[in-house]
Design a protein around this ligand. Structure first.
Ligand SMILES: *Cc1c(COP(=O)(O)O)cnc(C)c1O
Length: 428
């Protein structure tokens, strides 16, 4: 069987396959650059595991309090080393990215303190955490105030307004690296570093936390290496490598991470408790695979951007733009377009491929949301997935792919589905 036949057997027609190949021809150099980045980050992860003397004893299950859990402690050593920080908290007891961010914020903000976001409105789920949208147990309820400086129309930082917003009570500054469900650009680590250095220039003792979701291993440096005090993310995104079935991480200064551990467990207990329940092999092996998995997801994002851009759809970031995370937005212009795109992604999945995603009223969102995901780990968005709110400009946010080949198949099937529905026409 040749490649075309394989794709035909997986629901991709010859014209769609050939159009895809023509798009790919122009991407060889960029894919090479992505492979080099993966190689670099792979070396970093292996070095960290060797330095921490990872061995079979690290994979043993612990139960109960989990005192003296060697595997857990060494994994945290490995994360601290990979992210270039003094300390790390990496736990299955952190249930998701929002939880990790909540722990980091509530551990380091006290009543009367002010939290500042200099990059506009934070990710949807954090709005309730902060209390921008009222919720029981929000930071606002505990007397933490919130202030925000929006980005400039071109997506840049509004430095004069940021300077004016920092004052005596400003305790912590939160910076979201990835765009989330917004159409603003994602920030490079260098841009984040500049912003951090500006803020610390205004107030040297201010703490800076970076929401690093979807950004891990996309670049050589992480935000924790450009002076962020805390860097936070989810293990069912990039650093879990698709294998971690749950979890979150917080890396940063010893002082900040220690407080996070006290917040997560209890004052006085901190990092000393927390059994691993036998889950650590997936954390170690997932981190080991993460640079390669992220590379595959990045190739998929760029392929999707170029494929759809050439057909006249607006894509964010543009096909030729540099990447700072694995998210790709494609504006399809109609609900029918979103449905067709998601139908194709779903049809290419190894799991749940026979279902057709339809929009539904999800809790916490004003508009109906459509989601395509056929994942081994429920909700895992390092696996190939696409979602978006049903509202103009009818954008789907596309991400992940445990392998580049699966991402490629998913994207080709999304296009096949668009073509079959008469929503786009291939160029001659
Ligand atoms: C995914 C995400 C979160 C929240 O993570 P969950 O694991 O879904 O709770 C927070 N911030 C950003 C930018 C994200 O992409």
């Amino acid at each position: 069987m040749n490649l075309l036949q394989t794709y035909e057997a997986n629901g991709v027609s010859r014209p769609v396959y050939e159009y895809g190949e023509s798009v790919l021809d122009a991407l060889r150099d960029r894919f090479d650059a992505i492979d080099r980045m993966a190689e670099l980050n792979q070396g970093k992860v292996i070095r960290a595991m060797q330095d921490a003397r990872v061995d079979a004893a690290c994979f043993a299950a612990t139960t109960g309090y989990g005192y003296d859990d060697v595997g857990r402690d060494r994994l945290e050593e490995v994360y601290a080393s990979v992210f270039g920080t003094e300390a790390a908290l990496v736990r299955p007891q952190i249930t998701c990215g929002t939880h990790a961010l909540t722990v980091a914020l509530s551990a380091n903000l006290l009543p009367g303190d002010e939290l500042l976001s200099p990059v506009g409105l934070p990710y949807d789920t954090l709005q309730e955490v902060i209390g921008i949208r009222p919720s029981p147990c929000s930071l606002a309820e505990y007397g933490v105030r919130y202030r925000q400086v929006d980005l400039l129309p071109d997506g840049g930082f509004d430095y004069p307004a940021i300077r004016a917003a920092i004052h005596e009570k400003t305790k912590l500054i939160t910076i979201q690296r990835s765009k989330g469900y917004a159409t603003r650009p994602s920030f490079s680590v260098a841009q984040i570093g500049e912003l951090i250095s500006f803020c610390k220039g205004v107030k040297p003792d201010v703490l800076v936390m970076v929401d690093n979701c979807y950004g891990e291993f996309v670049e050589e440096l992480e935000p924790s290496q450009v002076c962020a005090d805390l860097c936070v993310g989810s293990l069912i995104k990039n650093p879990g490598g698709g294998l971690a079935p749950i979890g979150g991480y917080i890396v940063g200064t010893k002082a900040c991470v220690e407080r996070c551990a006290y917040r997560l467990s209890a004052p006085g207990l901190g990092q000393e408790v927390g059994a691993n329940l036998g889950i650590l092999p997936s954390f170690y092996q997932g981190l080991f695979l993460a640079p390669t998995v992220v590379a595959g997801a990045l190739k998929g994002a760029i392929f999707a951007a170029c494929l759809y851009e050439r057909l006249g759809f607006r894509v964010v970031p543009g096909g030729a733009e540099e990447r700072h995370d694995i998210i790709q937005a494609v504006e399809l212009g109609s609900e029918a377009g979103m449905r067709a795109f998601c139908k194709g992604i779903q049809a290419a999945a190894p799991v749940d491929s026979y279902v057709e995603p339809i929009p539904w009223a999800m809790p916490g969102y004003d508009d109906e949301v459509i989601m395509a995901a056929g994942a081994f780990v429920q909700g895992s968005s390092i696996e190939l997935s696409a979602d978006g709110p049903i509202r103009p400009p009818y954008a789907v946010y596309f991400q992940g792919g445990l392998t580049w080949y699966h991402a490629k198949l998913g994207i080709l099937r999304s296009l096949q589905s668009m073509v079959d529905a008469g929503l786009t026409v291939l160029p001659n």
